[in-house]
Design a protein around this ligand. Structure first.
Ligand SMILES: Nc1ncnc2c1ncn2[C@@H]1O[C@H](COP(=O)(O)OP(=O)(O)OP(=O)(O)O)[C@@H](O)[C@H]1O
Ligand code: SF4
Length: 271
């Protein structure tokens, strides 16, 4: 898909996907991270942009906490999460001296930073840019949606959990997408069941299937159900070795491969 203006830093980005949730803590950053890694394993060149200014968690997810970004004449140079430079990451977390600074940012300052993030990162050629957005349907979302419309995003992956409160919030998110005319690529139900670390059996903790029912109600695709895997945090926080390899060892990885296939099918069939 051609993006305009041709001179922009997003002009060589083939597909742009937003990762949204109506509520914090449902696993939006985890979904962004796993989607990015599955895309890299498919041979794609991927960028991840973390604009969740209230609590950027993407650097930690990619094992990149404490990294610095540099500004070149073309824009901010992202941090690469792998040796082959197929996975580029940009987060406000890289710019903040003090992580608590972000929490006090208000309206116009946040909106300006998001606009700068969207336009000033020198991604180069990318197959996919995943944008990890702040949870909710707040000013940031409206600002992101308005700024992104000119770049023709492919659509949004909406993340929910089976609890009723999260589903109600995601319903708002789906209505928001309709209102700002961002297509919904599909819904992921995260933390759907629990994988026992001893026997790998999956048990349901809450009622399941809400995400699927909601997707049906809104006539959007259901992309998949992802259980809680207690070993995930250990894998994220482990030291040494390739982070990408550690992630692909997770029991959740095959589930994400299927979700990623559905997403790429949708994006690439329309380009
Ligand atoms: N399926 C899962 N199995 C195990 N742990 C998970 C799973 N999904 C998310 N988590 C853990 O739950 C916590 C919250 O996840 P994450 O940061 O992805 O949520 P988020 O929606 O991006 O939150 P926020 O909006 O606050 O940034 C993290 O510690 C993450 O490792
Ligand atoms: S699922 Fe099986 S191994 Fe895991 S806690 Fe329950 S009984 Fe024990």
């Amino acid at each position: 898909m051609e993006r305009s203006p041709a001179t922009s830093n997003l002009s060589q980005v083939k597909h742009i996907i937003l990762v949204l949730s109506g509520k914090g803590g449902v696993g939006k950053s985890t979904v962004s991270t796993e989607l990015a890694l599955s895309l890299v394993e498919l041979g794609k060149k991927v960028g991840v942009l973390d604009i969740d200014l209230t609590g950027p968690s993407i650097p930690r997810m990619f094992g990149l906490d404490g990294q610095q970004v540099h500004q070149a004449s073309t824009g901010w140079i992202p941090v690469y999460a792998d040796e082959t430079k197929r996975l580029a990451v940009m987060s406000l977390g890289f710019l903040l001296q003090n992580k608590d600074d972000a929490v006090v940012w208000r309206g116009p300052k946040k909106t300006a930073m998001i606009k700068q993030f969207l336009e000033d990162v020198a991604w180069g050629e990318l197959d996919y840019l995943l944008i990890d957005t702040p949870p909710g349907t707040s000013d940031e979302h409206i600002s992101v949606a308005e700024n992104l419309r000119q770049y023709n995003p492919d659509g949004a992956v909406v993340v929910t959990t089976p609890q009723a409160v999260s589903l109600a919030d995601v319903r708002k998110e789906l209505n928001f997408c309709r209102k700002v005319k961002i297509p919904v690529l599909g819904v992921v139900e995260n933390m759907s069941g629990f994988v026992c670390p001893h026997c790998a059996e999956c048990s349901d903790l809450f009622s399941k299937g809400g995400g699927e029912a909601m997707a049906e109600e809104f006539k959007v695709d259901f992309l998949g159900r992802v259980p809680i895997d207690p070993t995930l945090t250990t894998l994220i926080e482990a030291e040494g070795g390739s982070f990408v390899n550690r992630f692909t060892q997770s029991s959740l990885y095959p589930i994400f491969q299927k979700i990623t296939e559905k997403v790429t099918d949708k994006c690439e069939s329309s380009s």
